[in-house]
Design a protein around this ligand. Structure first.
Ligand code: NAG
Ligand code: NAG
Length: 367
């Protein structure tokens, strides 16, 4: 194989740690390439039963810039290994580690609240203040206020922070979020539960010294029951202050219908909307068409099939002409599919079925 070194290094960068280490032992040429820093820039390490991370690999971990830790939780040994990997990457990496994302796989032990991982992370991050991206969407335990505050204090360089997991309830209050904004002055991408927002958080986001906010990912779930909905005006103001902001909104099945309209204020610059409520969404589909027609690029629906839904969707196709993806997980009529294909010239992927199929439904890609 006569590919240039840089290209091979780029290809190797997609392998996870164990495969990278195997590639290292294949031949002299490959082992040279594996010392290329770009082979290590993005690295996934799997700490699951059946895989091990031999001590010898620790020499490579300090080369990693963006680390994805994938771990099984059932066996405490995997959690220990994951923390060991992170410690190597942080403590010996001279502040190279910029991105960390943690993704837990498999079953979660009964009553597991992630205390060892939250505490372990805080201990290690004491040495890792260079992080600019922290993605904790893949952890299946509720993050505590004190954990999030510690992380913010230890990682003042953060540009992106994601603490919005789709299977959890909100554990982070607005005061903690304000603390995060205070510590991480450059933060411009934030994934949180909508219930963690408050008027004060909005005000902080609008302060003149804050950098341009690029993206908000907001999860709307049952905790919203206990908060007052925002008035649309606050979104108008936020958009004026941050004209390039776009929002990804997700409503899940635990959110009572009463709160849908509060979560879907018309002036939110929604680019991506996931309505995973399993309820009838006729009114909501209308709201979406009226409010987000200009900005909406990705839409996902979990709802119930009906002739009325078909009509509502056909109207939506005429309004939301910027859609790039549309996924609807209930059957629709052929006219609906035709409406989206003809009205939305940028449509790249869609999941629209005229008959039930076994799950998971495959998505159709357009050229
Ligand atoms: C922090 O870094 C120092 C020096 O590199 C190291 O001795 C120490 O063990 C590290 N602490 C943690 C918690 O990883
Ligand atoms: C939340 O965590 C669970 C368990 O780790 C994971 O399967 C799920 O994908 C996570 N959600 C997101 C949005 O990443």
């Amino acid at each position: 194989m006569d590919l240039p070194e840089e290209i091979l290094a780029h290809i190797f960068s997609f392998l996870h740690l164990q495969d990278k280490c195997n590639a290292f032992t294949v031949c002299k040429a490959w082992s040279n390439i594996m010392t290329h820093p770009s082979s290590w820039k993005d690295t996934e390490v799997r700490c699951e039963s059946g895989t091990s991370v031999p001590d010898g690999y620790s020499a490579f971990l300090p080369l990693v810039r963006n680390l994805k830790l994938r771990m099984g939780l059932i066996d405490p040994a995997n959690r220990k290994t994951a923390l060991w990997v992170l410690r190597q990457a942080v403590a010996r990496g001279d502040g190279r580690l910029e991105g960390l994302s943690i993704c837990c796989v498999g079953n979660t032990p009964l009553f597991y609240a992630g205390q060892d991982l939250q505490q372990g992370l805080v201990d290690i991050l004491t040495n890792g203040s260079s992080l600019t991206m922290l993605d904790l969407k893949g952890v299946p335990f509720t993050l505590s206020d004190s954990f999030v505050r510690s992380v913010a204090m230890l990682c003042p360089a953060l540009l992106s922070l994601f603490i919005n997991n789709d299977s959890l309830v909100c554990g982070v209050n607005a005061e903690t979020l304000r603390q995060v904004l205070k510590c991480c002055r450059s933060l411009n991408v934030l994934g949180v539960f909508q219930a963690s927002l408050s008027q004060d958080v909005f005000k902080d986001l609008m302060l003149p010294e804050r950098p341009a906010l690029k993206k908000l990912e907001l999860r709307c779930e049952r905790s919203l029951k206990y908060t007052l909905p925002f008035c649309d005006q606050i979104w108008v103001e936020l958009k004026l202050r941050h004209p390039r902001l776009w929002v990804e909104l997700e409503l899940d099945h635990t959110l009572p219908e009463l709160h849908f309209s509060g979560a879907l204020q018309p002036s939110i610059p929604v680019r991506c909307l996931r309505l995973l409520t399993f309820t009838l969404l006729l009114d909501v589909v209308q709201i979406v068409g009226q409010s987000y027609a200009k900005t909406l690029e990705v839409l996902e629906l979990q709802t119930t099939a009906s002739p009325e839904l078909n009509s509502a969707l056909m109207a939506l196709a005429k309004q939301c002409v910027n859609l790039q993806e549309f996924h609807c997980y209930c059957v629709v009529s052929q006219e609906v599919i035709t409406a989206f294909i003809t009205n939305c010239p940028n449509l790249k992927r869609y999941t629209l079925k005229t008959h039930k199929e076994p799950h998971p439904w495959t998505c159709t890609k357009l050229k």
